[in-house]
Design a protein around this ligand. Structure first.
Ligand SMILES: Nc1ncnc2c1ncn2[C@@H]1O[C@H](COP(=O)(O)OP(=O)(O)OP(=O)(O)O)[C@@H](O)[C@H]1O
Ligand SMILES: [Mg+2]
Length: 519
């Protein structure tokens, strides 16, 4: 609370205000402006404090102001020890309680020995206006008061301190979100949102991820370096973002790794479904609406859009015959219209065009099952900085899974499993499924034996396939050889018959006179 001197000053100010309110209307209108000017000078003299107001709703569309949220979070750390009336909120999986100051409560704060006061004001709007967008009738604002001689310190370093501390608190308290993009027809109207979200609660972490420890550590170090790299990225003149390409067969842990990355960095996830994005402009608009500290994911990039084949397809379409059946024609037109018109260059711009730099601190992840199908321009370093192959389960990866699923570090059956894993291609998803106990009766040994059985089955199947392929190859080779031989035969036959024709006609290549009767 303010000291005695400050109370006295406030009282003096209040008296002045009352006097002004009573006599204001008795002055002629033209004089009122002058008097008001001098009156405010007097107020400033009697009341040497500066007040700054931070409104909750700001901007054209009355969006919640970032500054207001940051102040609220910052003060929540002070409120617990200084205020007597609180509002309580439960955050993060209902596990922690956050106390914020109640309306009209005053909280003092100190910065470099200078005292300031915060008050949360609430103003209820009496006159209801009709608006297309729902607007709250309650207007809240924070008022910051401090002595005018500290203007520089408070409006500069102190406010910066409040903002950064507030943002850090909100990062710590927030429940992370998994966003998915809405089709553009839902972008307008009062329910306008480009992204819908649910809370992100995927349990995958780098500890549960089955892959070689060395590779895992390398990825974790890369992510750590990125997270701490704000200054470094500024220094080298690069936007603060990093591209990851995860590739490998289905069920090798690409999606699990994305979740692990998001959990490791404590970032939100934006799952971008490219097929619902109609064109490059929409893609850019979606990008602008993503927040920093996020992982933007485009899964199965080779299936999302035929980026590489788009030009070829177009040419093919141009060459197509005109459809004459009116129903088929309409169907064709509709399906063409539905097709996303996002192009490769649009996507490249999304990744590293000028717009991609707004906000910073973003990881962009592409996943694919067929890395060879992607356009090299899309995955060159600088765009997709780190290429990570997720492959079939090796023994090291199996040990992680066995530890997760069965709580074991070793077993006498491990040697056999190691040998079988070396001879077969089984995805971590299949290994995990075989390791998982299906009932309370199944113990560790049963599960490991179940995996061994499955691996032997796969081994047999692979051997059978290999034999079939070898047989098919040999057959094809034989057919090829026979074809070549018969082609040679037919050439020989043709040559012979041609020669005999020449002889019959009496023609000879070496000279017209040869064999021709001169008489
Ligand atoms: N490397 C792994 N570590 C741990 N679990 C894994 C791993 N790979 C697969 N799994 C298990 O298999 C399931 C499927 O894996 P995931 O969805 O990550 O595969 P994917 O590579 O994304 O497959 P797709 O290409 O079909 O999308 C996961 O829920 C997880 O339980
Ligand atoms: Mg996946």
């Amino acid at each position: 609370m303010m000291g005695m001197g400050e109370v006295g000053t406030n009282f003096g100010l209040a008296s002045l205000m009352v006097v002004w309110a009573i006599f204001k209307d008795h002055f002629p209108y033209r004089l009122r402006g002058h008097i008001q000017k001098y009156f405010q000078k007097l107020v400033r003299f009697v009341y040497p404090y500066i007040e700054i107001t931070f409104q909750e709703l700001a901007g054209e569309r009355l969006k919640r102001s970032e500054a207001f949220s940051a102040i609220q979070n910052y003060l929540s750390t002070k409120a617990s020890s200084q205020a007597s009336r609180f509002k309580a909120d439960v955050v993060k999986d209902s596990k922690s309680l956050v106390l914020t100051m109640d309306d009209h409560e005053e909280i003092p704060d100190e910065f470099e020995g200078v005292k300031v006061w915060w008050v949360l004001n609430k103003h209820v709007n009496e006159s209801r206006s009709i608006s297309y967008y729902p607007v709250s009738d309650e207007k809240r604002s924070f008022k910051l008061s401090f002595h005018k001689r500290h203007r520089e310190l408070i409006t500069g370093p102190y406010i910066e301190h409040v903002m950064s501390e507030g943002k850090a608190v909100s990062t710590k308290n927030r429940q992370r979100k998994l966003y998915s993009n809405n089709p553009s027809k839902h972008w307008y109207g009062w329910k306008r949102t480009k992204w819908s979200h649910v809370f992100f609660e995927h349990p995958s972490t780098f500890d549960t991820l089955a892959m070689e420890t060395k590779k895992k550590e390398e990825i974790k170090n890369d992510l750590k370096k990125f997270r701490q790299g704000k200054e470094y990225y500024t220094k080298i003149g690069k936007a603060w973002k990093r591209g990851y390409l995860l590739y490998g067969p289905p069920g090798t842990g690409k999606s699990s790794m994305i979740a692990a990355i998001a959990n490791f960095l404590d970032y939100d996830v934006y799952d971008l479904e490219l097929t619902t994005v109609m064109d490059n402009t929409e893609l850019r608009n979606l990008l602008i609406e993503t927040s920093s500290k996020s992982v933007i994911v485009i899964e199965d990039i080779d299936c999302s859009l035929d980026l590489t084949g788009q030009r070829v397809k177009k040419k093919e379409k141009d060459g197509d015959e005109e459809e004459t059946d009116p129903i088929k024609k309409k169907e064709k037109e509709e399906s063409e219209n539905k097709d996303s018109k996002v192009t490769l260059s649009g996507l490249l711009n999304f990744i590293d065009g000028l717009w991609s730099a707004c906000g910073g601190e973003r990881i962009i992840v592409f996943t694919t099952n067929h890395v060879d199908k992607l356009d090299p321009a899309l995955i060159r370093r600088g765009r997709m900085d780190k290429h990570i192959e997720l492959s079939y389960c090796c023994f090291e990866a199996f040990k992680v899974l066995a530890n997760n699923y069965l709580d074991i570090d070793s077993h006498e059956l491990y040697a056999k499993i190691e040998c079988l894993l070396g001879e077969t291609n089984m995805t971590p998803a299949d290994v995990a499924e075989n390791l998982m106990p299906k009932s309370d009766e199944e113990d560790v040994e049963t599960c490991l034996n179940c995996l061994i059985e499955a691996l032997e089955e796969v081994k047999k199947e692979e051997a059978r396939k290999k034999a079939e392929e070898e047989e098919a190859r040999l057959k094809a080779e034989k057919e090829e050889k026979e074809k070549a031989e018969s082609a040679q035969e037919s050439v020989k036959v043709d040559e012979n018959s041609a020669n005999s024709v020449v002889k019959e006609n009496g023609f000879h290549k070496e000279g017209d006179t040869v064999g021709v009767d001169s008489n």
